[in-house]
Design a protein around this ligand. Structure first.
Ligand SMILES: NC(=O)c1ccc[n+]([C@@H]2O[C@H](COP(=O)([O-])OP(=O)(O)OC[C@H]3O[C@@H](n4cnc5c(N)ncnc54)[C@H](OP(=O)(O)O)[C@@H]3O)[C@@H](O)[C@H]2O)c1
Length: 401
């Protein structure tokens, strides 16, 4: 790995989230102790990459200008060449279920660690099964869900478990409140993920094989890790109505808990969303049901996909007004704790920060990372070194009650 030309290659830099990640790396990308970060931006369109590089030049910042690499999905040698030159490949090319697999394959073949910001359960299950064992043999780390899905929830659950006695059963419910707007890429990925669910692809439900764990999670037989059932209710601790949120996040937290002993001998996690008022809960449910139904049929799916196109996303002003808060209600025996993870624009400002910090952590904190390899969750792969980086970068983790 030390002979690689680039510490980090960012694939998909010309996309909406990719460009924000490139800006973050340019402004904040540095090694410990004076040496310069060596990095590249990769994409299919060299002219777009050059235009982005010109914009980065005006930002100044800690990192030098990146080199530019042309790489595209239908061209396996271009992906292999990209991965062959990189210690870490961070990709924002999505929808991942459609575009993601060749990048993972190139990383495993080319000996690069891999990071993405998917929240698509079917893709995560597929690459975990197909590439996890070989990556483990080669001592590579493949880490999915390094954006708002699922870093605040994964690290928030760990932070909360650490406030509770570790010799008692720990129960944690994460409740998400988020204000923000979707990009075209996220919209396309969400519509395709719903279509996949309708076709019978694996849903991130609490009974899925991922939720139950497997030998690959290294779950010691003496420890129990299970989902916590949650329900629609008024929750006074967050002053609003909440409902269970069947995203990939609880699956990721439970996988982390299987691999990391700090979650204790008997751990349960449930995941909900704060909707606020009852009428909003009903309206939100109806809207989601409508979109889900439309995603099932090709003609109505096409209509949905046209509503937001690739490359577009919320402007800087809208992002500045966006924010998130995840409240964790934890208990173990008689002891209760409430913690929060808070930050700015969840989808893009903070997601690009989380992905960039994960890439810097993977490249430069290598000696301090847990000795785990294969397909891993963010907590299992990057542990305390990433938690410290996130806190230093302004994501707040706090015990509030
Ligand atoms: N989990 C989270 O919290 C979170 C948050 C934000 C985004 N995301 C996910 O991240 C992904 C990207 O979102 P986005 O809004 O940034 O999307 P986007 O603006 O549409 O960007 C997509 C990127 O993929 C590239 N691409 C598409 N087809 C390609 C090909 N054949 N070869 C090479 N590159 C190709 C595009 O290149 P061109 O520029 O050349 O078209 C572009 O760089 C989505 O899957 C989204 O769901 C997740």
């Amino acid at each position: 790995m030390t002979s690689k030309k680039f510490d980090i290659v960012l694939f998909g830099a010309t996309g909406f989230t990719g460009a924000l990640t490139a800006e973050y790396l340019k402004k904040h990308g540095k090694k410990h102790g004076g040496e310069q970060l060596s990095w590249a931006m990769a994409g299919r369109d060299l002219a777009k990459l050059e235009a982005l590089a010109l914009r980065l030049e005006t930002l100044g910042g800690e990192a030098p200008q990146p080199e530019l690499l042309q790489a595209q999905l239908g061209d396996a040698p271009s992906l292999e060449s990209m991965a062959g030159q990189a210690r870490v490949v961070a990709t924002t090319v999505g929808p991942y279920a459609r575009y993601g697999e060749p990048v993972v394959a190139a990383c495993v073949a080319g000996g690069a660690d891999y990071l993405d910001i998917t929240g698509e359960p079917e893709f995560v299950s597929r690459i975990r099964r197909a590439y996890g064992p070989e990556a483990e043999k080669k001592q590579l780390r493949l880490v999915s869900c390094c954006g708002f899905d699922s870093i605040p929830h994964d690290f928030g659950a760990l932070f909360t478990a650490r406030q509770l006695p570790s010799d008692q059963p720990i129960r944690i419910e994460g409740i998400v409140s988020a204000k923000g707007t979707l990009s075209g890429g996220t919209w396309q990925s969400a519509v395709e993920a719903m279509a996949g669910m309708g076709r019978g692809a694996k849903r991130p439900n609490h009974n899925s094989p991922n939720a139950k764990g497997s030998k690959a999670d290294g779950q010691p037989s003496a420890r129990k890790v299970r989902p916590l059932r949650t329900r629609v209710r008024y929750e006074s601790k967050v002053k609003g109505w909440i409902c269970p949120m069947p995203t990939i996040d609880p699956v990721i937290v439970l996988r982390s808990a299987r691999q990391v002993e700090e979650f204790g001998p008997d751990f349960r996690y449930g995941h909900s969303m704060r909707i606020g008022s009852l009428p909003r809960l009903v309206a939100g449910g109806a809207l989601l049901g409508g979109v889900f139904t439309m995603a099932q049929l090709p003609p109505t799916r096409k209509l949905l996909l046209r509503m937001r196109t690739s490359g577009e996303g919320p402007d800087a002003q809208t992002r500045a007004k966006s924010s998130f808060r995840v409240t964790f209600l934890g208990r173990a025996g008689d002891q209760k704790v409430i913690t929060e993870v808070r930050g700015g624009d969840p989808g893009y400002g903070e997601t690009s920060k989380m992905l960039a910090e994960s890439a810097l952590c993977m490249a430069f904190d290598r000696d301090d990372l847990p000795a785990r390899f294969g397909h891993l969750t963010p907590v299992a792969a990057l542990g305390d070194p990433l938690l410290q980086r996130l806190q230093a970068a302004g994501i707040e983790f706090e015990s509030v009650g």
